[in-house]
Design a protein around this ligand. Structure first.
Ligand code: NDP
Length: 271
């Protein structure tokens, strides 16, 4: 995107390494755009023939009316993190949830699983929609704000015919024994290794897969506590890498070197 160039980020770092590895003389720029300048920035993308781009908060929702079309998943989520140009049109896709599901498949297939999603913001919406599309048997949305949580559960039931319910998050949430996967899709723990996600850690069982979307730090307190209880854990770096792998494929039509991208992200974050 356009605006003031900033000092780079993990996605830029891994994407440029992946382009070079694939022999593509492409650049990935990190540019800050003020909310009121988004429409001009998108016009600039068209004018300068950008192949595509990623968007982050708050542009993920605001960009929708500026695009020529949306993928079915992006339309359901009401948010776009990846734009690509095809036949002169700018199309919106959302690779956040796809990245999470691809990462999850490394440890378990979500099809037929009972899954608890903590949170109902942008990341949670993307993850919950893709989990429903991947055939999850049951999705429980646990969120502090009832309106957002209820809206997400209703979206899953009404638009995707999924088995989904909302549970208000009051004090400590105790994950049910019968759950297969528990995902922290909130921002709790971001840049804060000691911050606790308020769940009853004593309820975690070795058969639970516990995933966190937070990637900085990669080893969150939630993941540390889950490991102590014998759970299989999944860090947010896998999602970060896989959403970029998916975007790379959309833009270039080729498979990137995902292992090199993971190494690049770890190098950038110093983990
Ligand atoms: P949003 O602001 O859209 O949503 C934040 C969510 O966290 C809401 O559900 C909010 O609840 C909840 N939350 C925040 N603080 C608290 C708290 N103290 N107690 C209870 N609930 C809380 O953010 P995003 O969904 O865009 O991002 C969430 C996280 O996902 C971020 O850390 C982001 O970095 C990460 N992320 C990781 C990606 C990856 O590739 N690994 C990709 C995209 C995002 P409420 O509705 O009640 O406010």
């Amino acid at each position: 995107m356009f605006g003031q160039p900033v000092a780079g980020n993990p996605t830029q770092y891994m994407m440029e390494k992946a382009f070079a590895d694939a022999g593509l003389e492409w650049r990935y720029l990190t540019l800050e755009v003020a909310a009121e300048d988004l429409a001009d920035a998108v016009r600039g993308m068209r004018a300068m023939g950008f192949r595509g781009g990623n968007l982050t908060v708050p542009h993920k929702v605001a960009v929708l009316p500026l695009l020529d079309g949306l993928s079915p998943a992006a339309e359901l989520m009401g948010a776009v993190n990846t734009v690509h140009r095809q036949d002169g049109k700018l199309l919106g896709e959302n690779t956040d949830g796809k990245g999470f599901v691809e990462s999850l498949r490394g440890v378990t297939d979500p099809s037929g699983k009972k899954i608890v999603v903590l949170g109902a913001g942008g990341a949670a919406r993307a993850i919950a929609v893709e989990l429903a599309l991947a055939g999850a048997a049951e999705i429980t949305i646990v969120n502090r704000s009832a309106d957002r949580g209820q809206a997400l559960a209703a979206l899953l039931v009404e638009k995707l015919q999924a088995q989904a319910a909302f549970v208000p998050w009051e004090k400590e949430y105790a994950p049910p024994e019968e759950a297969d996967v528990i995902v922290n899709a909130t921002s709790i723990g971001l840049n804060s290794p000691q911050t606790r996600v308020p769940i009853a850690a004593a309820a975690l069982r070795p058969h639970h897969v516990v995933a966190d979307v937070v990637f900085n730090p990669a080893q969150t307190r939630l993941l540390r506590e889950a490991q102590e209880r014998g759970c299989t854990t999944l860090d947010g770096l896998g999602m970060l890498v896989n959403q970029a792998v998916t975007a790379f494929r959309i833009w270039t039509g080729r498979d990137p070197n995902a292992a090199l991208m993971r190494d690049a992200v770890e190098e950038f974050l110093g983990v």
